[in-house]
Design a protein around this ligand. Structure first.
Ligand code: SAH
Length: 372
């Protein structure tokens, strides 16, 4: 898949003879300027136009010499995607379906909540983890996104805001498994968090993972401590392996151990996510088992009532079972929060818009029903 992502970068470079500007590190852009005998501060000016002044084209970078703007446009582009669909929900949530240069489609979302402007971004085209209730992975994974494609989502969403507003938070909870594409995600988050980039501090960036212990350890070793959310979804290995098939090769205990190490290293409170599927993982015994697993951890449990996906047999839990489930956990001293649903009318849960669009275009999607 790394090969595929490299090919995606090259596909773009070959077909247009230009590179994705957002794939360049700040050092590479400085180097590009130096090679042309230009002062390094020109690289900073370009970043300023991209990340603070919301330029849409090199031509708008009015304090750069015209010759430099032309040279940049010959070598680079920063829009490699086109907006295939743009949906707005009455709660202020906006969702973009972006078409990549090679024709694949991905999704990203802007969520407005009080003064927060949170964006949810994708890291892969599709997903290989196979969670049976999730729309993103129904067709498997096509490829990793490049760093440029990840940053581009941030810029596309940033451009939806009025001049006085800035993006405040990032959740890496869109399509794909972020920890399966860390090599490309980390440089993108560096740009997002750097003051010369979008200036969104690491504390306001959440990476959500299915739970890949080695990659969690790698994240813990970084200087930059992002907020980690682990998708648990079941309190025992039998059920988790049914709902999250990748669990068969991992198991809950090693994931919790890696999460504990992450907490020890970073001191950052962990989040565990639990998608509540009516009649599947929402019984009182599940709540009791979950409470036993999480007891004593400095952690928040985020319970997410299922957002139904057309063609899948899973249901939102009944109100009564949700209340009972939460009550058992709260009584056991677990710190629980129910995630508010945002933008459900615009297919905002990961992979849903891409999927409903595909259905509308009569693309036959094979739904693999994995629970026997
Ligand atoms: N691969 C990462 C990111 C996935 S999306 C992970 O597994 O964490 C972020 C969260 O949304 C995950 O917990 C995922 O299981 C959950 N999710 C996926 N589809 C959903 C749906 N239809 N309704 C509610 N939550 C969903």
């Amino acid at each position: 898949m790394n090969v595929a992502a490299n090919q995606a970068s090259r596909f773009f470079a070959d077909s247009n003879n230009v590179s994705h500007l957002l794939d360049q590190t700040s050092e590479q852009l400085h180097q590009w300027m130096r090679e042309r005998g230009l002062p390094g501060y020109r690289a900073g000016q370009v970043s300023g136009w991209l990340f603070q002044r919301r330029a849409d084209a090199f031509d708008q970078m009015s304090d750069l010499p015209k010759s430099l703007r032309a040279a940049l446009a010959e070598s680079f582009t920063f829009w490699t995607t086109t907006i295939a669909a743009h949906r707005r929900s009455s709660d202020g949530t906006e969702k973009l379906l972006l078409q990549l240069a090679d024709g694949h489609k991905i999704e990203c979302v802007l969520i407005r909540e009080g003064s927060r402007r949170t964006v949810c971004i994708s890291t892969q085209v599709g997903c290989a983890m196979g969670c049976v209730f999730c729309a993103s992975g129904l067709d498997g994974v096509a490829r990793n996104l490049t760093t440029g494609e990840i940053v581009e989502q941030l810029l596309r969403l940033d451009r939806l805001l009025p001049a006085a507003e800035r993006l405040s938070n990032i959740v890496v909870m869109g399509m794909g498994e972020p920890l399966a594409n860390l090599d490309r995600l980390l440089p993108a988050l560096e740009v997002a968090s750097s003051p010369a980039g979008l200036g969104i501090g690491a504390r306001r960036i959440t990476i959500s993972t299915v739970g890949l212990p080695a990659a969690i350890d790698r994240l813990a070793e970084l200087d930059c401590h992002y907020h980690l959310a682990v998708s648990l979804h079941a309190p025992n290995d039998k059920l988790r392996s049914e709902l999250v098939p990748v669990n068969r090769n991992i198991g809950i205990a090693p994931i919790l151990a890696a999460a504990d190490r992450y907490f020890e290293h970073t001191g950052r409170r962990l989040t565990f996510e639990y998608v509540l599927l009516g009649g599947v993982n929402d019984r009182p015994e599940h709540a009791r088992q979950l409470a036993a697993l999480l007891k004593g951890k400095t952690a928040l449990l985020n319970v997410i009532p299922y957002n139904p996906v057309a063609g899948l047999p899973y249901l939102t839990p009944a109100g009564k079972s949700l209340v009972l489930f939460l009550g058992i956990l709260t009584d056991a001293g677990i710190n629980v929060q129910v995630r508010q649903r945002k933008g459900d009318k615009i297919d905002a849960a990961c992979g849903q818009l891409r999927r409903s669009r595909a259905a509308a275009m009569n693309v036959k999607v094979q739904v693999a029903k994995q629970i026997g």
